[in-house]
Design a protein around this ligand. Sequence first.
Ligand code: SAH
Length: 374
Amino acid sequence: MKHLLTLDRDELRRWLVEHEQAEFRARQIERWVYQGRAVSFDDMSDLPATLRAALKDEFQIWTTQVAAVHKAPDGTRKLVLQLADGGRIECVLLRDRDNARRTVCISTQVGCAMGCVFCASGLDGVQRNLTRGEILEQMLLLARLLPADERISHIVVMGMGEPLANLNELLPALERASHSQGLGVGVRRITISTVGLPAAIRRLAKLDARFHLAVSLHAPNDELRNRLVPINRKTGLEAVLSAADHYFEVSSRRLTFEYVLLADVNDQPEHARQLAALLRGRAALLNVIPYNPVAGLPYRTPSPAAQGRFREILEQAGVNVQFRERKGSDISAACGQLRRQMSESGPAGAAPGGSGPADTDPRSAGPDAVSQSS
Ligand code: SAH
């Protein structure tokens, strides 16, 4: 069976023509999938029965199983998805009532090859890239958790994996997501977070689509970054920053740098001062993420006092700094955490603070699935 979501717009039209169907059916099918929340071809009530049957013979819309749904009191929902080959990934829906943002956070790989020492996603290396269909499927499943009158407003590619190591699949998925006949999330509301792969950042800079780029820095010098972000031994900080500058120049989109704050590792006043020097003259936002502890790893979240001290040095140096709120941290919403807990204890033992294993596949849950708990 082929995965319907891997077909691009032309491929679906070609398939229809080959099956002696009118091309406009493609538009109907897309509307059902991307806007109509169809679960199966049977839901596509304006298609002829013969076409529905032909589609069913050749395609599946869904390839993943929802292994768990976790709900946090703040409205965050996290899905653990089991792929057809047994691999597991995670994706998250963040629903912010204050500013009416409905953000999905998606994965691009099973595991991760970058090896950042504090991160749960890469502890077992990378198994494989996700397909464009699997990337889209995450967004569609999360969209179904929203009330019927709400749409996804933002996409952040900050789940498991290194997005720039899978651009060939990610870009077609984002093209669908941003298309008005897809999910309609404009490229300006799509953020790609990268460990900082200079060649791939330059490839992104050549595209017409001006995604928002976030670069994970985590250290203000090569010596420390080599230790925390091992891929830095190959790239070096200098090349990462100059590729990021280039992206800023051609896209004129303000960059974001991410900095995971680890107690006694990269949170000292000297680190803040070096970081301020590094960012001086760059029109960038510094997003500081207090560490979300991962079981089995020795890293800790800095105390509020240490966080405050770090922040103050940067602010006084004129850096535009923001501390990220830890939404959903009680459902292990940091990348790779939940998958790991599940593989250690089995699905039944998962979800500290969550609602336990899924009783609600978003494909069957009612439209108010998100709002029921809060
Ligand atoms: N591979 C991409 C996406 C990773 S997830 C990248 O490196 O940017 C997005 C951010 O969360 C990255 O900055 C990542 O380093 C950070 N992160 C990973 N594990 C974390 C944890 N346990 N606590 C806080 N942030 C974490």
